[in-house]
Ligand binder design. Structure first.
Ligand code: AMP
Length: 459
């Protein structure tokens, strides 16, 4: 299959050729013809599948076919995405694929001056890529005219809901013309996502793409069974061994833990940066640039902050904590092995992570090879039943955690702030307390002095 067979117009074909794309990805093969026909589409697909081009190419083509050489005025296409990083990446994709067309696009997001964005809107644009929060600010100030929107894309809709953007999205959609083509991309299809699609789309065609499942064959994976309290020692040891860990992305469950791991790495002489939703935009951009340029060898990130980030040549992904949703494991390790490269993924599994590992192995239908190392924990490897799970979070209003082990009685559990929860679509473990962080000191013995695999962090 070639892009030409998808009836892509010459100026876009040239841009794709220049970019070095020879074959459309599965989601592009499925979505582009439907979108060119004018259908509404729901794409169940994650970042890394080529979904941005799957919507950007047909939007550019339809604008080109309708407007030809055009003088930009008010936006005709609106793309909503959850984070600044994703908005910037989508905007770069429009730049790349639309290189030989003359449409103007603009990325708007919070954390930077709104004045410049207002000025750019005044000059006239065709394609607006926005985070919902900043777009609402612009709408409230009467600085953006959405009455001529013909295409609406909701990208990473599940993350936008997780981040609490539902109200904003509904308000934005109500300001758009009813006659429009709408596209909806989400990594998961929960009930709330399904309800949202009913509000936004007309007779949509659904496309399910999970190519990262095939991608994982290319990734060398192994699990390190380790007690929770020794994860830092293991991490430092691996980093110091070399192992070609030139660009390592570490995933953690909690944002404050990301900062602590950075401290541990820096104290071990390893330059590292963290990104999570408590960091300002400027800090996030700097951290990403430092990681991209190779100045920082390690980036420590939460799922939400790392979501959608396209960084080439990531040599290793480390799951410092295993994700509580097995799909997130696929998504995380898919950050390596991009664009045809191979990659390596290490997972640290303490007793409390054991069930998550079981779930991952169930959906990937393979056993993860076990790494030999000096902190190997039989307790972690053999954990079962309640020992194989994190301590449940405190129920609201309960005041104290329910006690199931010595580690349970530490109190002071607080809800994590929006944006960096473990985002499991409203299942019991989604909005985690900060408890897991406190259940064992980074790099040392747990506070209970219990360094066995039974030290079960709260999540
Ligand atoms: P996305 O899922 O849109 O974030 O895309 C993931 C990565 O795949 C990005 O680096 C894209 O530039 C790249 N990509 C998208 N489509 C293709 C294609 N047809 N051939 C090669 N690379 C692609």
């Amino acid at each position: 299959m070639s892009f030409k067979k998808l009836n892509i117009v010459e100026p876009i074909l040239q841009a794709l050729d220049k970019k070095g794309y020879t074959t459309p990805s599965p989601i592009q093969i499925k979505a582009i013809p439907l979108l060119l026909e004018g259908k509404d589409v729901i794409g169940i697909a994650q970042t890394g599948t080529g979904k941005t081009a799957a919507f950007a190419i047909p939007i550019l083509q339809k604008l080109f076919e309708k407007y030809g050489v055009n003088k930009a005025t008010t936006p005709k296409a609106l793309i909503l995405a959850p984070t600044r990083e994703l908005v910037v990446q989508i905007s770069e994709s429009f730049e790349t694929y639309g290189k030989f067309l003359n449409f103007k696009h603009l990325a708007v997001y919070g954390g930077v001056s709104i004045g410049t964005q207002i000025k750019n809107l005044k000059y006239g644009i065709d394609i607006l890529i926005a985070t919902p929060g900043r777009l609402m600010d612009l709408m409230n100030q009467g600085k953006v005219n959405l009455s001529n929107i013909e295409f609406l894309v909701l990208d990473e809709a599940d993350r936008m809901l997780d981040m609490g953007f539902l109200k904003d999205i509904k308000k934005i959609a109500s300001a758009l013309p009813v006659e429009r083509q709408s596209l909806f991309f989400s990594a998961t299809m929960s009930n709330s996502i399904a309800a949202l699609t009913m509000d936004f789309l007309k007779n949509p065609t659904r496309i399910d793409i999970m190519p990262e499942y095939t991608l994982i064959d290319k990734i060398e994976q192994c699990v390190f069974f380790v007690d929770y309290s020794q994860k830092n020692e293991l991490l430092l040891d691996l980093m110091k061994q070399g192992r070609g860990m030139d660009r390592t992305l570490i995933f953690v469950g909690m944002k404050h833990k990301a900062d602590k791991i950075v401290d541990v790495l820096i104290s071990g002489g390893i330059k590292a940066e963290a990104i999570h939703s408590n960091k300002s935009q400027i800090q996030r951009v700097r951290a990403l640039e430092s990681f991209r340029s190779g100045k920082a060898k390690v980036l420590v990130a939460t799922d939400i902050a790392a979501r959608g980030i396209d960084i080439k040549n990531i040599s290793h992904v480390i799951n410092y904590d295993l994700p509580n949703e097995p799909e997130n494991y696929i998504h995380r390790i898919g950050r390596t092995a991009r664009a045809g490269a191979d990659g390596i993924a290490y997972s640290f599994c303490c007793a409390a992570d054991r069930n998550f590992l079981n779930q991952i192995e169930r959906i990937t239908k393979r056993k993860t090879p076990v790494a030999e190392h000096k902190w190997h924990s039989l307790d972690a490897k053999n954990a079962e039943g309640k020992d194989a799970k994190p301590v449940p979070r405190v129920q609201r209003g309960e005041g104290r955690p329910r006690s199931r082990s010595r580690n349970d009685n530490r109190g002071n559990v607080r809800r994590s702030s929006r944006g960096d929860t473990r985002g499991n679509g409203g299942h019991g473990r989604s909005r985690r307390s900060g408890g897991r962080e406190r259940s064992g000191r980074i790099g040392g013995r747990s506070r209970s002095g219990n360094n066995s695999g039974r030290s079960r962090p709260r999540r």
